[in-house]
Design a protein around this ligand. Sequence first.
Ligand SMILES: NC(=O)c1ccc[n+]([C@@H]2O[C@H](COP(=O)([O-])OP(=O)(O)OC[C@H]3O[C@@H](n4cnc5c(N)ncnc54)[C@H](OP(=O)(O)O)[C@@H]3O)[C@@H](O)[C@H]2O)c1
Length: 424
Amino acid sequence: MNAFCIKKHDLGSFHCLSFLKKTSPSSQLSVFVKFVLPPSKVYSSKHWVQQTHQRTLLHTQPPLVSKLQTRVISLAQAKMTFSDSVSAGNPQAAGTIYVQGVPTQETRLTLGGSLSVSPMAIGTWSWGDSKWGYTPEMFKDIAATWDTLQDTEVGINFFDTAEIYGKGESERIIGKFLKKSKEEGKILPVIATKFVPLPWRLRFPSSLLTSLKASMERLGVDVVDLYQIHGPISLRSIEVIADSLAEAVKLGIVKSVGVSNYSISELTRMHAALAKHGIQLASNQVEFSLLRRYPETSGLIAKCHELGVAVMSYSPLGMGRLTGKYNAENPPPSGRYFSDYPMEELAPLLSVMESIAKKHNKPMSAVALNYNICKGTIPLAGARNPQQARQNAQALGWRLSEEEIAELDGVARIGRTTLFWQHG
Ligand SMILES: NC(=O)c1ccc[n+]([C@@H]2O[C@H](COP(=O)([O-])OP(=O)(O)OC[C@H]3O[C@@H](n4cnc5c(N)ncnc54)[C@H](OP(=O)(O)O)[C@@H]3O)[C@@H](O)[C@H]2O)c1
């Protein structure tokens, strides 16, 4: 027997899974949870079933349980089914938060126990933001970038945005694309967005929930896949923010939650505060690249992995500096302030990257992104046109050798933290 069917009205205590842990043989099981929707939950049935499924996932122990399916067996909502693979036996299977072998177009990582994402994502700060010189004429290129990434062969299903990118314009642009993809019957990608806890946003959970609802409206979604705290800058405690994130999860409008720029101690506190609500902290987004190895050397990446928190690495291309496009004679435009070393100082690093890129017949950007994947992170690569998207997607399908990683480590920068924003 390799499948269990559990009928239960209230999954809150998860007794069924504890029972399985105690009694079942060591082989993997498929668990089907069926339950009757309580009348009080009919109004938000879809979200409630989904939330119940996610909470059950958090308590489901791979490799004992390999598949979890939650299904409603009464009322008109009988068609609702949520299904996930829970296996951790294969390093590339769902349940893994970072790549341990070769990242491929088919590899999927599991964030927060529920989101199934590609080993790299697309950052969309430049979509609609004047800081990146965005003008409405650029929309065509961005739309073509989205279309390119809809091609399943490219292998990327994960996008990162924020309420502050282009004052909401990045979310609005993604909302338009999601609507179009939905109309075309395409599989929708996973979207991560962020709440910026500005010091004058003091009322919680209301400020967070108001911002979240505004983001949902711009994105045109009923549920946000990954909702992140943009930076550790709130005047309120980490526990107050955790309670607000938990409230959003309980309301069924957020699937999983993450943070950004958090230090080891801030991350550990947030992880513990969310765990009290039965929620796994899904991710910490930090600047990590060949221009900033600090999250690795400080032990932050290792700590995240220990706690089951995925590391999303931002500015993995050094805001364009690691693509081979810029040099001392042709520096990047001003305003690209993360790791803004003078280009002449980066010549030795770029030269090593170039020779490795030639050896593998890959663009330099793919070397930079593959390095980030090899270090256990999910790079968020900005792309402004289809050509950049395709080049960056070449980070998948191969892996730098240990010798190449060591060579790159030798010429990479460690970087630093900042008081206001980059604690991690
Ligand atoms: N949480 C945070 O605090 C935080 C902070 C920063 C970023 N982020 C996230 O991380 C994402 C990525 O970071 P980022 O946008 O700062 O920088 P990035 O990914 O390091 O660099 C992106 C830029 O590099 C250039 N580029 C990309 N691919 C290229 C290619 N193949 N060839 C040549 N040039 C290429 C493009 O700009 P040009 O063509 O104009 O040169 C592109 O906009 C953001 O979009 C955002 O989602 C988060």
